[in-house]
Design a protein around this ligand. Structure first.
Ligand code: DON
Length: 312
């Protein structure tokens, strides 16, 4: 049984928002990017966009947050649009089973990251976009694509977050330099990292993020039968990668508990996809032990349970 009645969905969203607001165990806000350490952990948002474009939102759905690794989904779509399947010569499609910022597999696997969602893979994807553009132009393309998907021009990069990560992103610098030596990335690591940090610093609200996720819920289009953003085949492939790799070493657990393709970010956001039913954005800044939002993971488990939206 799958819930489609908007009134029932509204009740479910309200129930989840109430439960999550009352929760006292909220996880730990990311502090390895200093600018994110100051975000108030007492925030929670849930937003759904349905096939007819109706939005059901609750909590702090109009508060902007740093989407961080959720941006990797949009960058992947841009890179695939530009270089097509050639992208897979430098990035794999397997879960890593390791933390998002791990370097260990790179040495044994010819400098090829396991998938486009761990940091090494996302840096390689950004380098692919830079093959034909300078950083400013590449960022403009990613941002324009996100604005188009969201149907909203009021989305921007937070320069303070980008600067904060540029000043502290030593681990990512190690990954980029290591991959540059293997030839996985071709541009200068500083250029690739600067672009990657700015892409991660895109700030948007849960309402905007849910809109931006419609293309994955509706077969590559912004609504069923509506404007095409990417090919249906590509949307299916991105969803498959989100399901298997979107939560790093927590991907199996998320698939087991929620059963939806999802992509998390250390800003506490999760973009989840209920194919044909809804694009979903959930946000709460406190993270669990593997760097995914603690409350957003619980909330999405409740949502999948109450709606019957699991893909399984
Ligand atoms: O590269 C980083 O470490 C961050 N800009 C993004 C990492 C991230 O969001 C991991 N997600 N849960």
């Amino acid at each position: 049984m799958s819930v489609t009645d908007p009134e029932r969905l509204r009740e479910i969203v309200e129930e989840i928002c109430d439960a999550m607001t009352a929760e006292t165990e909220r996880g730990r806000v990311a502090d390895y990017i200093p600018q994110l350490a100051d975000v108030d952990p007492d925030q929670f948002a849930l937003a759904l966009v349905l096939p007819d474009g109706a939005v059901i939102a609750g909590g702090d759905a109009d508060t902007r947050f740093s989407i961080q690794s959720v941006s990797k989904v949009f960058a992947l779509a841009v890179a695939l649009g530009r270089v097509g399947d050639a992208l897979w010569n430098r990035v794999g499609r397997e879960p890593s089973g390791d933390p998002f910022n791990s370097i260990v597999q790179l040495e044994h696997e010819r400098g090829i990251p396991r998938n486009p969602f761990i940091n090494a893979g996302a840096i390689a994807v950004t380098d692919a976009i830079l093959a034909r553009s300078e950083p400013r132009e590449a960022l403009g393309q990613i941002l324009q694509f996100v604005r188009f998907l969201a149907g909203d021009d009021d989305i921007a990069i937070d320069p303070a977050v980008a600067k904060s990560e540029t000043a502290s992103g030593w681990r990512n610098a190690a990954l980029a330099n290591f991959m540059r030596d293997f030839g996985t990335i071709q541009r200068h690591p500083d250029k690739v990292l600067g672009t990657y940090f700015h892409q991660c610093a895109i700030a948007m609200t849960a309402r905007q993020l849910a809109h931006a996720g419609r293309f994955l819920a509706f077969d590559g289009s912004l609504s069923p039968g509506g404007s095409r953003a990417i090919a249906p085949r590509m949307a299916r492939q991105i969803n498959a990668l989100m399901l298997t790799c979107g939560h790093y070493d927590g991907s199996g657990e998320f698939a087991f508990r929620v059963g939806l393709p999802g992509k998390s970010g250390v800003g506490g956001g999760i973009l989840a996809v209920a194919p044909g039913r809804a694009a979903i954005a959930c946000w709460s800044p406190g993270l669990n032990a593997v760097g995914n939002s603690h409350l957003a993971s619980i909330a999405l488990e409740m949502l999948a349970d109450r709606t019957g939206w699991s893909v399984f």
